[in-house]
Ligand binder design. Structure first.
Ligand code: GFP
Length: 833
């Protein structure tokens, strides 16, 4: 062991100075970019800086890997089809504690530091909350010094870039890799082979036992690309390992020799397709073979990688589940249950019972949705054609599982059908959530309400079968990215008063509670918010050409565009306010800027029309000379991590207005609150807990509760009745139907309004009046600046619960049983810089 690490021990880390950084930067510009300053582009400078920082991370990364290797520590493997990391450079500087120093170095070199930070293309390898949660979690895992690996897919094209043309969303391909990615290191020596398609055969092994062999139709290679993930001011640098698919050979020489050049490269092309593109949410995926291949591809590579690690650490296979705690982030990696069984049964010749015990003790499953249509299932014929052996294994798991159910619930055939891993109603499907539940020892929701509703509704039968498997783990977000990096002025205001222990222990913010009553502090707080709003107003002007007034209330709704999130309810309120202001110009309401941001899945037509609705209403209001200084409506294009970092610090009000019982948790709600925005929201997802923490008096609550929503639906919901009996609502809908916001085109929003009048599946009409009344309360509250600031302070300082450090601690204690392993730097024991 000594011998292995000896070469690295020479690279003792010496303390970092500005001179060394400068030298490193110029060396990298010269030796890696091959440029000298007169010829260097901004991207050359960015890359030179990124490499300089990465160089400084390597000592921790290598030390961490060595420590883990030597200690054989229990390791958390977070399997996620999405990691929405956001730019790395700024975050790495924050976590290393050298942000200020590097800024000075860059400026002393005559360069613009902000421009270099902005030069980094965001790795948008996720759709929204789920992928961003995975990114916050790996930050917290490293900060808490937990041995952990994030496993996912290195999509060549991440989430599309959104532009708005004539008020409609347009999608442009994301090309995040075009200028190079300085943060990753390919590890071709750890490539894995993945099989796909084909058929299975039975054979008898040398002991006379009947076994199964999978004869695949094709094999692809998975190449791991590793990115170091630094903890905040610790020595730990964990790894994010993303798999890229490649053909085992670039050319099929047999075909090539027959003169079929194009046929020969074909295999390369189809193999590389697997990791080509991230699939958007909210689209019908069940027929998409490539998506299933993606899921299997990264899961198989990751499990084989774990087996590789087990082998080099000389840990027996029977202790797989002691070495690894594997978390399934939603059902996307659920095929891991069948894959680990297959590896153990077919490749390592383990008996079924032993294999099943290892499997169940290895996996835990996080559910992220209450929408039944979002639970993945794969048509049986498709599944059989991609993963024939896994289907056999799933059938066997199912038959043993249903036997267990039969014994427990004798004669309850309906229950068996509901629980089965195979949906037999009509076309047959494999239910991935059921596979995840059966193959895991723990199942969790992501907020208290969500976890309760899983037990009562979506996973009720599983709860009745195994109540002990169910838990709650309320989501959290990392204060490193979402406070220090994005809101440095607020962070330093806080640190000036209470030191910076809060960054690792967010509950310490509560020490600031008494400051809410201090007029000077309130002024400083308000000034920070105002400066952030000025900066955001400038950004908006640059991006959209719309001038917004930083004195107005900044009211944000940023998240994926979806009917259940009800961006259109927000619009109904805006129209009603517009109407009232037109009728009564003396109405005393503070000026307000309504800001929206979020992407619609390219195939989700209603969501795309909701964007058009927002922009169309904005167009009318922003042009109206009577009104445009009082309210404005802005759609911020291309909402992503980078724009989010500008948005949360600039927000006064956070719109969290989903139909109760639909939003699993939300995490944007936490980021807003942490940055001092007040929430207007329903009792949904983590809003419930935010309100508990910040106090009911500092939260604007409206709408039906989840129970009331169920009851209303059960008793028969008639949206038309609300339209008929509420003249304000009728007025708003009639304006839309009459074409007032579509240049007279009465058809443009007909689908939306008819949908609401006749179905309204997300109960906008039922919540409309309560929402409008609550918005009036918000307006009144904003007029009292002192009171508002007090509430803003209390929102931020009581948000400690929503640090992802708290979430990860709970996962570690309750599900993963993982302990911190503090890292000793190789060669010397020194404090991190
Ligand atoms: C999903 C849920 C959210 C939840 C996140 C993270 O987000 O309520 O906060 O997962 O658990 F819908 P999206 O990926 O759907 O944005």
């Amino acid at each position: 062991m000594e011998q292995n690490t000896a070469p690295y021990r020479e690279h003792n880390r010496t303390s970092l100075t500005k001179e060394k950084l400068k030298q490193g930067f110029l060396d990298n510009l010269y030796f890696i970019q091959g440029k000298f300053p007169t010829l260097a582009s901004r991207n050359d400078y960015y890359l030179a800086l990124a490499y300089t920082i990465r160089d400084r991370m390597l000592h921790r990364w290598i030390s961490t890997a060595t420590n883990y290797y030597e200690s054989g520590a229990r390791t958390v493997c977070y399997l996620s089809a999405e990691f929405l990391m956001g730019p790395h450079l700024g975050n790495n500087l924050v976590n290393m504690g050298i942000f200020g120093m590097v800024k000075e170095v860059v400026e002393e070199l005559g360069l613009n530091f902000e421009e270099l930070l902005a030069q980094e293309e965001e790795p948008g390898l996720g759709n929204g909350g789920l992928g961003r949660l995975a990114a916050c979690f790996i930050d917290s895992l490293a900060t808490l010094e937990i041995p952990a690996l994030g496993y996912g897919i290195r999509y060549e094209f991440g989430i599309f870039e959104q532009t708005i043309v004539d008020g409609w969303q347009m999608e442009k391909t994301d090309k995040w890799l075009r200028n190079g990615n300085p943060w990753e290191v390919p590890r071709p020596e750890w490539a894995q082979e993945v099989r796909l398609g084909g058929h299975t055969e039975q054979y008898t092994d040398e002991n006379g036992r009947l076994r199964v062999r999978w004869v695949p139709a094709k094999i692809v290679l998975g190449i791991p690309y590793d990115t170091p993930i630094l903890g905040y001011r610790t020595n730990t640098a964990n790894t994010l390992r993303l798999w890229k698919s490649e053909a085992p050979e670039s050319f099929d020489f047999e075909v090539f020799n027959r003169g079929d050049y194009y046929g020969a490269v074909d295999q390369k092309v189809t193999s590389e397709n697997i990791s080509k593109v991230l699939y958007p949410n909210d689209e019908q995926l069940s027929g998409k073979q490539l998506r299933l291949e993606q899921q299997y591809f990264f899961v198989s590579c990751s499990l084989r990688d774990m087996l590789r690690v087990l082998a080099i650490q000389n840990i027996p296979l029977s202790r797989f589940h002691e070495k690894f705690a594997v978390q399934l982030n939603d059902t996307h990696p659920a095929i891991a249950v069948a894959e680990l069984m297959r590896l153990l049964l077919d490749e390592y010749l383990v008996d079924w019972d032993d294999a099943w015990e290892i499997t169940q003790r290895t996996f835990a499953y996080t559910n992220h949705t209450l929408l039944p249509e979002a639970l993945e299932q794969w048509p049986l014929p498709l599944f059989a054609s991609v993963l024939p052996r896994h289907l056999e294994i799933i059938f066997e798991i199912n038959s043993r599982f249903l036997d267990e159910v039969r014994i427990k619930f004798l004669g309850d055939e309906a229950r068996l059908a509901r629980l089965s891993l195979i949906n037999e109603g009509g076309e047959r499907y494999v239910r991935m959530a059921h596979l995840a539940c059966v193959g895991s020892h723990a199942i969790n929701g992501v907020a208290e309400l969500h976890s309760e509703l899983l037990k009562q509704d979506v996973l009720k039968d599983f709860y009745e079968l195994w109540p002990e498997k169910f838990r709650n783990k309320t989501n959290g977000v990392t204060p490193r990215r979402w406070m220090i990096l994005s809101n440095p002025s607020l962070a330093s205001l806080v640190s000036d008063r209470i030191g910076n222990g809060w960054v690792r222990d967010l509950e310490q913010l509560r020490q600031l509670e008494p400051m809410a009553d201090d007029a000077d502090f309130r002024k400083e707080w308000w000034d920070v918010k105002r400066a952030n709003k000025v900066a955001f107003a400038q950004y908006i002007f640059k991006r959209t050409g719309i001038l917004v007034d930083p004195e107005s209330m900044f009211d944000f709704q940023v998240k994926r565009i979806h009917e259940y999130k009800r961006q259109h309810l927000n619009v109904l309120h805006i129209i009603s306010l517009y109407r009232r202001l037109k009728e009564n110009p003396n109405l005393e309401v503070p000026p307000r800027t309504f800001l929206f941001g979020g992407k619609a899945a390219p195939g989700y037509h209603t969501a795309k029309r909701m964007i058009k609705l927002i922009t169309s209403v904005g167009e009318v209001i922003n042009r109206d000379p009577d009104i445009r200084d009082r309210i404005k409506v802005v759609f911020v294009p291309n909402f992503n991590v980078t724009t989010g970092q500008k948005i949360y610090p600039a927000a006064d009000l956070s719109e969290q207005i989903s139909t109760a019982g639909k939003e699993a948790s939300g995490t944007g709600n936490m980021k807003f609150s942490m940055n001092g925005a007040l929430t207007i929201g329903t009792l949904d997802g983590a809003n419930v807990e935010i309100r508990e923490e910040v106090g009911a008096e500092n939260f604007f609550l409206f709408g039906l509760t989840a129970d009331e929503v169920y009851a209303l639906r059960a008793s028969g919901y008639h949206p038309y009745d609300y339209y008929n009996t509420n003249p304000h609502l009728k007025d708003v809908i009639d304006l839309l139907r009459g074409g007032s916001f579509s240049r007279g085109d009465a058809d443009l929003f007909r689908g939306l309004t008819d949908g609401l009048l006749h179905h309204d599946p997300y109960l906008l009409f039922a919540d409309f009046q309560s929402y409008v009344d609550c918005q009036e309360e918000v307006s009144r509250a904003y007029l009292d600046r002192d009171h508002w600031t007090r509430m803003s302070i209390l929102n931020a300082v009581r948000s400690g619960k929503f640090s992802s450090d708290r979430s990860i601690r709970q996962y570690c204690e309750d599900i993963w049983k993982a302990e911190p392993v503090p890292i000793t730097l190789l060669g010397q024991n020194e404090e991190p810089t």
